[in-house]
Design a protein around this ligand. Sequence first.
Ligand code: FAD
Length: 258
Amino acid sequence: MYIKTVDFSLFSSIGIGQRVDLKMIEQEEEIEADDFFVGAANNILLSPTPPPLAKLSKNFDYIVREGESLLVGASVLSGRLLSYAKRHDIGGFEFMAKLPGTVGGMTAMNAGVKEYEIFSLIEELRIGGEWVKASQIEHGYRFSRLPAAVTAVRFFISEGFDHALMERLKAYRKNQPLEPSAGSVFKNPPGDYAGRLIESVGLKGYRKGGMAWSPIHANFLVNLGGGSFDDAIFLIDMAKERVYESFGIKLEEEIEIL
Ligand SMILES: Cc1cc2nc3c(=O)[nH]c(=O)nc-3n(C[C@H](O)[C@H](O)[C@H](O)COP(=O)(O)OP(=O)(O)OC[C@H]3O[C@@H](n4cnc5c(N)ncnc54)[C@H](O)[C@@H]3O)c2cc1C
């Protein structure tokens, strides 16, 4: 275990935050129950007073083929896993194209696109030094109830990387803003879209300080330069209030506010 100081204004995808010490885990045994893990911070909005944070070191960055399954360390980035799947003609991982994150972060969020999500590929997860069947972990749309940090995942694999599927899913991201963001801020409520609701209450493109609801996709909070935590929270609270007043719908954050 060692400590690494990271500047969240550079490390996080939304470009917000201060310098914080990360407890870098090198061995499973070093993990403590109250450690709060970060992956690649693509889904995190850091407050000025976050809890103590931990992160898996490079020791958890490996991909090993084991017969009909793939053993992957939780530090592995989505792009690396996607490249591996392409190179070895393995199917199932196409949805990870342009979906930024680590295997640990994607598992915690049950990350996915449309009907494709990571849990449908998982056979078992390594948690607390033991293998746990994926079916034993409660999970659903953009959540999983992990009892502790995931250090590795064993994926089912199928033959044949589907290039056409990957291109279709990439095309679906055409309306995704290019400015720094943490992806979708809110989960889509059942039968509706958070972006549509935010647009309906007049907030698409609405700006506070350096942050704005993207004029391209209203459910993305973008950092136009110098955006702060307070600007982001102001806009998030405003969207929640307005959508509730107009539609009686309580928007639930997909991003993790720490
Ligand atoms: C441009 C952009 C597009 C995006 N598009 C999508 C999309 O299409 N679909 C989608 O689902 N998401 C999307 N996201 C959000 C983000 O990519 C996912 O949530 C991803 O899973 C985050 O992974 P991460 O490693 O960055 O996790 P982090 O943001 O670092 O953490 C996210 C959560 O995972 C937990 N976590 C991290 N590592 C571990 C671990 N080892 N064990 C247990 N818990 C852990 C953290 O505690 C936190 O609760 C997008 C984000 C951006 C910036």
